[in-house]
Write a protein that binds this ligand. Sequence first.
Ligand code: AMP
Length: 249
Amino acid sequence: MKVLVAVKRVVDYNVKVRVKSDQTGVDIANVKMSMNPFDEIAIEEAVRLKEKGIATEIIAVSCGVTQCQETLRTAMAIGADRAILVESTADLQPLAVAKLLKALIDKEQPGLIILGKQAIDDDCNQTGQMLAALADLPQVTCASKIEVADGKASITREIDGGLETLSVTLPAVMTADLRLNEPRYVTLPNIMKAKKKPMDVIKAENLGVDVTPGIKILKVTEPPKRSAGIKVPDVAALVDKLKNEAKVI
Ligand code: AMP
């Protein structure tokens, strides 16, 4: 079974982003970029499926600028067999990415498509769902466990107060949640090996997809500054403040 995994290049989760002075977005000039953490989990799960003998080939896909090749090399150092960069300098919004991935599904015919549940830069949590709809495939979002057998996947997801386990026929789209696994460390020998793995670069326009943004960001603002805390002299004063000022007890 081929597994296709979508990996997005985003601002590293350790970076404290700054809002641009004209409020059009955040400043990403000279900022460290990395693979979206949920996508690392998605790749790791695909590699585990290959190690179990379930997946036969793992294809990592990224849509965006030339530098996404670095993200794809990381995916291959984790264990993806080959990579596809859908190159575009456009502002690729979730619907555009979903359409591009759908075009690749048509070409590659994977048995399982894994995405992160959400990209930590736009926090959209939309691409997997849109892709499943466009490709007319069953989907399970926020997966915390997957077992594959007999052309079906049994996928567990965390819901309020418990776990829900669903069965889907393959091919299907799954989005990875935090507790699906803990990604392995990328070793130097695997980074070296990844340099030799194949990477195709396809121009987005050659997939016949309209990537024009449908959403316009009106403004981005900083969260309000937190006011300074105070020290209370004793428990009685604390209880009084919680009761009468914060009104939480
Ligand atoms: P989002 O809907 O933007 O929160 O993204 C959800 C998931 O879609 C991500 O975790 C990725 O797996 C995938 N994705 C989004 N944008 C891209 C992109 N430009 N290239 C590859 N995968 C993407």
